[in-house]
Design a protein around this ligand. Structure first.
Ligand SMILES: C[S@@+](CC[C@H](N)C(=O)[O-])C[C@H]1O[C@@H](n2cnc3c(N)ncnc32)[C@H](O)[C@@H]1O
Length: 242
């Protein structure tokens, strides 16, 4: 199944959204993103949430900067519907755009909205082949205002199998606990089976966070680093120079 087929399936969308809480230290990752953005001298005026899903990252940004203008972009209509609903109180200052950023033409769709003081993305760009990931990071750079941040909360590859195993174990255990609390009957083994055979797995193209930070430096971002990491998840970021 291709990435766009996967994320346009309401079942997969609903499963991801209902189990997002099983992601290890998911809230902390968003807190790190916000800590980075708050290092700016000025309040954030505009942002893009690329691969926004239900808009969870955009919501965090708006919580801190309630007057910011935002673009929430995704190619999944079920996800965009969720985002519109979740962020309806900010409707006047938001634009919801449906496009595939795998195609470089997406940048033209931003002509009326950029430059952005921040571009954020959560668990999305890892679906692109590495060459394209790097290009997307360069395209984001071109859309940032001077001093603007790109923060990517991302699924990255691990050098050690143990790290992969720890992530899987954490995720399945947390999902098991969530299901149990909701009265679910599935066993740990059944959930493990489902996780290992999930249809979106083949759509993941994971790359090491160190390599991705190097790409950001080569493109011209500054203050580039992996600011947080747990198992296969990383928050890495860079700023466009002033
Ligand atoms: C795992 S979800 C994460 C959603 C949200 N960012 C979050 O942190 O919860 C990945 C999202 O990226 C979107 N996505 C993946 N590839 C995309 C692409 N090439 N163009 C636009 N959206 C994409 C999917 O539709 C999905 O909503």
């Amino acid at each position: 199944m291709t990435t766009d087929e996967v994320w346009k399936l309401p079942d997969i969308v609903n499963r991801f959204l209902s189990y997002r809480a099983a992601i290890p230290l998911a809230q902390e990752q968003i807190s790190v993103m916000m800590s980075i953005l708050k290092t700016r001298d000025m309040p954030l005026r505009s942002f893009l949430d690329l691969g926004c899903g239900d808009g969870i990252l955009g919501a965090a940004v708006l919580g801190e900067y309630p007057t910011a203008r935002g673009v929430l972009a995704d190619f999944s209509e079920p996800m965009l519907e969720q985002a519109r609903e979740q962020l309806k109180e900010y409707a006047d200052q938001l634009v919801f755009e449906s496009f595939d950023y795998g195609n470089p033409g997406w940048v033209n769709r931003m002509q009326d909205y950029y430059p952005f003081d921040a571009v954020v993305s959560g668990y999305s760009i890892h679906h692109q082949p590495d060459d394209r990931k790097r290009q997307v990071y360069a395209e984001i750079f071109s859309l940032l205002s001077p001093g603007g941040w790109f923060v990517n909360i991302e699924h990255v590859s691990s050098a050690a199998q143990l790290n992969i195993d720890l992530f899987e174990n954490h995720y399945i255990s947390a999902r098991y606990a969530i299901e149990k609390e909701q009265g679910g009957m599935r066993t740990f083994e059944e959930l493990t089976e489902e996780y290992r055979n999930r249809p979106d797995k083949a759509a993941n193209i994971l790359a090491p966070v160190e390599l991705q930070c190097d790409w950001l430096r080569e493109i011209g971002y500054e203050e580039v680093d992996c600011y947080f990491r747990i198992y296969e998840l990383a928050v890495f970021a860079g700023r466009k120079p002033n």
